[in-house]
Design a binder for this molecule. Sequence first.
Ligand code: ZN
Ligand code: FE
Ligand code: FE
Length: 271
Amino acid sequence: MSVLPDLHWHTRRCGHAAGGMEEYVAAARAAGIRCGGFADHIPMYWLPRERRDPGVAMAEEELPRYVSRVKQLQRENPDLQLGLGIEADYIPGWEGRLGELLSGLPFDYVIGSVHYLDGWGFDNPALLAEYDRRDIDRLYREYFEQLCRAAASGLFDVLAHPDLIKKFGFRASMDLNPLYADAARELAESGVCVEVNTAGLAAPVREIYPALEFLVHCRRRGVPATVGSDAHRPEQVGRHMGEALQLLRRAGYREVVIFKQRKPVFLPLED
Ligand code: ZN
Ligand code: FE
Ligand code: FE
């Protein structure tokens, strides 16, 4: 495989990304990407409908249309491996509702994300002031605890940007290796993959998610890795894949994974 897969694209359907689906497919072709996939944000299923923000995620009525559009693009582009994915928030206590929403829909993969801690959207730049009220070490512990619960929920094939808590550059003062080790063990035991997500390079932290040390723990535990640009515009498809490949290699990975109907397909990394 000459170019890494990119399984994490958002489109204008989720209200804060730009570009139509066919533009993403064209961008993937232009970048030489043979395996890609859509992962628009799932409807905000844990909120009553009137409190759902149309600038965060697609409306619930849109979900079947989203699915059928991706299926159609798959048929129209048989030479590409186009995945029908979705990025789904993990909200403790709402596992049943999420399971219902996902059931019966023909996803190739479900990417789980932790974007909220007790209702605080900690990756939202508009809510940045909350960091000043928090103990950062404690926050990291809470984040990784929730990540482990997400893995154990059985709802997800992959966990996205698995150290997103570093996004704005607030750093824990403690050694994070114990948290990484616990998370990697939970991923391995739950059969969930880890995502190498290059969007962190454009965030204030200026680092890929996850940190190399975390990825090393994952590799030692035999956790498969996926790759995503988290593109929110077509021109971001495939961004920084050279750095992603370098990180994967440094962590000791020899292959990456894509999904077909929620089954992993392994692709060797070329030497
Ligand atoms: Zn988004
Ligand atoms: Fe995300
Ligand atoms: Fe995303």
